[in-house]
Design a protein around this ligand. Sequence first.
Ligand SMILES: [Zn+2]
Length: 356
Amino acid sequence: IRWTQELFLKLFEAGLVYQKEALVNWDPVDQTVLADEQVDENGNSWRSGAHVEKKLLKQWFIRTTQFAKELYDGLNDSVLHDWKDIIKLQKHWIGECDGVNFYFKINNVSLKNSENDSVTVWTRRPEHIEKVRFVAVNDSHLLALKENVKTNGNTIKLNVELINPINGELVPVFVTEELKFEPLSDCYVGIPSASEEALQFAEKYGLKTDPLNTVDNPDDLTEKQKVICDKAKLLKAGGHWSSAKLRDWLISRQRFWGTPIPIIHCKKCGSVPVDRGDLPVKLPKLSQLSRKDKSPLQDDSSWLNTTCPSCGGDATRETDTMDTFVDSSWYFLRYLDPKYSREMFSKDKAFKMTPV
Ligand SMILES: [Zn+2]
């Protein structure tokens, strides 16, 4: 537990974990979130067998998409030549990384608790990102759900706007079925200068347009893309190559078991990491389990209520625990030297003895 929490804190400090509202698979019997892989082809839970519902919840994510291209390209490494089927599976799971993710902040103060939230948009034409004239979403996208908008075949402009991180321009958002979204994607980034379809949509709805510009000298193109991506990375606004389908990893679970997320919520300071000296955060012993619509850890008030490590004021512990895959994503490295006390695992031994 202690070292998995250390991993979480390292990712938190590096800006690689974040909290965001998301539509999740909800198991109404076990009262927890499930990964897509834990829902069977009939839409039932692998554990409880209950029919899985969709629900909007504030959840913790790991920014796995930032590493998509590295992971994908790494699968071509010759040391992995014996892992044929696994490689095929992993390549399929990541998908071809032929586009770039950018994070557009939500510009609407009326959306409660959303000040820090952003929307991830993906495009094959990152060199045109400064010319985004609209973003389109479908019914199941967070922004449409927030405003309770259903298209029913119509195209509807939402109240919310997004902020282009590269030039600060405001971008309107539409809920529509008129455009061809990428498979499995609920979001479409409208760049008239890079897409005939986006140009027509922008003209139809009286938006700003730019002349269609599809030809670029390959060398210039690579250079332009690199400049834009570097700028986005500097602004912590994306700029990482990824596939159209890969999403960040949702790790929050609402369970009385699993590794607690080592975060304390303070009204003044926000989400504050638990001090290293106070790790591990252990689970409370619950006398009985509630069947209410919340994490069971919220029932133990003596565990829940604590003081803020930053200002010393009243604060509460994060009650989500981590997906067990977080533990299993690294524990094998500790087998190399299980008594090692300075860090999660011995880097020397890991470099020498493991293939990845
Ligand atoms: Zn505080």
